[in-house]
Design a protein around this ligand. Structure first.
Ligand SMILES: [Zn+2]
Length: 263
C-alpha cells in the first residue's frame, strides 16, 4: 500500500471520488441497459440472453508524454482536480517512481483530438504515460529505466505491436510537441517499443515513394503535412525540426515505411 491510499493522505478525497465513479461505471456494464424514459428514440424491444464468453476490452496503443510541468506533485494535483479534465494511466518521476492513477482498462483523458492510423479515438484505445519533464531538459536515466520496465509489462499483457508505441505529437501533430527531441526513441525501439531505421543501411528512395505516403503508412495524419513532418522530425530526426524533409530524412522515412509494411 502506498501513502496515497492512506485515508488521511493528501489525495483521500480524490481517491474516494475515483472509487465512487468506478461504482457508477459498473452499472453501465449491466444488461439490460438502463433506458432513459424521456428519450422516445431509444430502442426498447431488445431480448436479453447473456453470453458467458467475454472479458474486458484492452488497450492496443501506448502514448508517451512529457508533463511540461515542474514536478510530479504538480502533475498529481492536476490529475486529481476535476476542473482540468485531464489524466493519464501512469506518471513516472525523475527518480524512477511509477505512480498508477487509472486502470489500464479504463479510458484516460490524455490524448485529446487526433489519430493514429485508423484509430480516431485514441483515448479509447490507449494507455497514457506521462514523464515528469519540463520539455527543455534531458530525461533522467532512472526515469527511462522505469519506463522500459513498464512498457515491457504493457507489451506482454496486451500484445501491443512495436509500431504502436508512440508520442503525443505523433497522434496530434498540429497541436503537440511531446515528448521532446530529448526523448530516447531509438533506445526504446532497440527494446521493441517503437520502430527505428538502420542508419548504416539507408537505401535510395524509389520514384513512387514520397513524404505523404511514408508518413500516412506509419500512422500520421497528413491533413496538415508540415505539422506531420515536424512531429516525425521530433521523433526520428537529429536534424533541425524545420518541417522540410531533407534527402537523408526521406531515406530514413522510406526505411521506416518498409519496416512498417514488413518488407
Ligand atoms: Zn501530451
Amino acid at each position: 500500500m502506498s501513502l496515497q491510499s492512506c485515508k488521511k493522505g493528501p489525495y483521500h478525497e480524490s481517491n474516494d471520488s475515483h472509487d465512487r465513479q468506478l461504482k457508477a461505471l459498473h452499472s453501465m456494464l449491466e444488461i439490460p441497459r438502463i433506458y432513459d424514459a424521456t428519450d422516445s428514440n431509444q430502442i426498447r424491444d431488445i431480448d436479453i440472453i447473456k453470453t458467458v464468453n467475454f472479458n474486458l476490452r484492452k488497450p492496443n496503443l501506448v502514448v508517451i508524454h512529457h508533463t511540461a510541468q515542474d514536478s510530479c506533485k504538480q502533475t498529481y494535483k492536476t490529475f486529481t482536480d476535476e476542473k482540468y479534465q485531464v489524466s493519464s494511466h501512469y506518471v513516472i518521476c525523475k527518480d524512477g517512481t511509477i505512480t498508477q492513477m487509472l486502470s489500464d482498462y479504463l479510458r484516460g483523458w490524455h490524448a485529446g483530438r487526433g489519430s493514429w492510423g485508423n484509430i480516431t479515438d485514441v483515448n479509447s484505445s490507449s494507455v497514457g504515460i506521462e514523464l515528469d519533464n519540463n520539455g527543455n531538459e534531458e530525461f533522467a536515466e532512472a526515469q527511462i529505466t522505469s519506463l522500459l520496465s513498464l512498457l515491457g509489462q504493457l507489451k506482454a499483457d496486451y500484445k501491443i505491436e512495436a509500431s504502436n508505441f508512440i508520442g503525443h505529437a505523433d497522434m496530434a501533430p498540429d497541436r503537440k510537441v511531446d515528448p521532446s527531441q530529448y526523448f530516447p526513441w531509438q533506445r526504446l525501439a532497440e527494446h521493441g517499443y517503437g520502430i527505428w531505421y538502420n542508419i548504416e543501411d539507408l537505401e535510395d528512395v524509389p520514384d513512387y515513394f514520397n513524404t505523404k505516403l511514408g508518413l500516412h503508412t506509419l500512422g500520421y495524419s497528413t491533413a496538415d503535412l508540415s505539422s506531420a513532418i515536424r512531429a516525425w522530425e521530433i521523433h526520428y530526426s537529429d536534424e533541425e525540426t524545420d518541417q522540410q524533409m531533407s534527402e537523408v530524412e526521406l531515406r530514413k522515412l522510406y526505411s521506416l515505411y518498409k519496416l512498417k509494411l514488413g518488407k
